[in-house]
Design a protein around this ligand. Structure first.
Ligand code: CP
Length: 307
């Protein structure tokens, strides 16, 4: 089996079978990453371009490591130091990287829909590394991989996603992916940050943190995205932590073996207490490590599809 598209833009666009294929392929690559020589020649001769219009630590580095482990050449373009600051359009920048020989373009942009636009307009494979408040599909895939690894399954798990769901592309991709694979998704946060329409996607909404965490198998915390919030969605970060911050006392509402996740970067003391982020229940760094195997799988599978 292979993917149907040369691009990975959205979890909504791919089938359950394609999600499972990516996770199975990632499991094979995770084995490779455990070897002394953590590299395979699968994409030797190909070129991957990381085109990041927004800051990133985990995603950009993870795609770079993944591409290198697959033996592709990697070019990193950070737009703050590129000709974008001189007014070059996205399409002209993309055409330029194609002329330089790009086979795969990994793009992060603050505007929703950017990766879709690019995929329609260039022949190279396009992978969405986060577009505005829309989707972050590889984050959801690495989250699925980590849950599967730690809990042995996804179906019928109670997964609580907590915080700034309104602005979170991670939450959207995770809701699509988790409900598709049979998890029960709970969304927890203040009414200003948990839009009602998300109920239509099959998630339950809780405005009471303790009630939402009761009996959860997985607690997935989200970063408060102050840079995307044009107005006050809550009175202060201090108040936010008091009502929605994950503390050890709140974790005790979940199952005894519940795991704690966060896509990063974390705001310690705002959405999560350090005692929780650094606890034995936290799988936050496992998410980062698993991201490499999952992104290797995505790069490998999209590059096998002809335009
Ligand atoms: N999870 C995530 O997208 O992190 P970065 O912003 O560091 O890439």
């Amino acid at each position: 089996m292979s993917l149907r598209s040369k691009d990975l833009i959205s979890i909504k666009d791919i089938s359950t079978e394609e999600i499972e294929l990516i996770l199975e392929t990632a499991a094979g690559f995770k084995d490779v990453l455990g070897r002394d020589i953590k590299k395979v020649p699968a994409l030797r001769g190909k070129t991957t371009v990381n085109l990041f219009y927004e800051p990133s630590t985990r995603t950009r580095t993870s795609f770079e490591v993944a591409a290198k482990r697959l033996s592709t050449d990697v070019i990193n373009i950070t737009t703050s130091t590129s000709s974008v600051v001189k007014g070059e359009t996205l399409l002209d920048t993309a055409r330029t990287v194609l002329a330089l020989g790009a086979d795969i373009v990994v793009i992060r942009h603050s505007c929703s829909g950017t990766s879709h636009f690019l995929a329609k307009n260039i022949e190279a494979s396009v992978v969405n590394a986060g577009d505005g408040t829309n989707e972050h599909p590889t984050q959801a895939l690495l989250d699925l991989f980590t849950i599967q690894e730690k809990k042995g399954r996804i179906r019928d798990l109670e997964v609580a996603i907590v915080g700034d769901i309104l602005h979170s592309r991670v939450a959207k991709s995770d809701i699509y992916a988790l409900t598709r694979l049979g998890a029960n998704v709970r969304l927890i946060g203040p009414p200003t940050l948990v839009p009602d329409y998300l109920k239509d996607l099959g998630a339950k909404v809780y405005f009471d943190m303790n009630a939402g965490l009761e009996g959860a198998d997985v607690i997935m915390m989200l970063r408060i995205q102050l840079e995307r919030q044009g107005k006050g969605f809550f009175p202060s970060t201090h108040e936010y932590f008091r009502n929605w911050g994950l503390t050890a006392a709140r974790v005790s509402r979940a199952k005894d073996d519940a795991i704690i996740m966060h896509p990063g970067p974390m705001n310690r003391g705002i959405e999560i207490a350090s005692e929780v982020a650094d606890s034995s229940r936290s799988v936050i760094l496992d998410q980062v490590t698993n991201g490499i195997a999952v992104r290797m799988a995505v790069l490998y599978l999209v590059s096998g599809v002809k335009a």
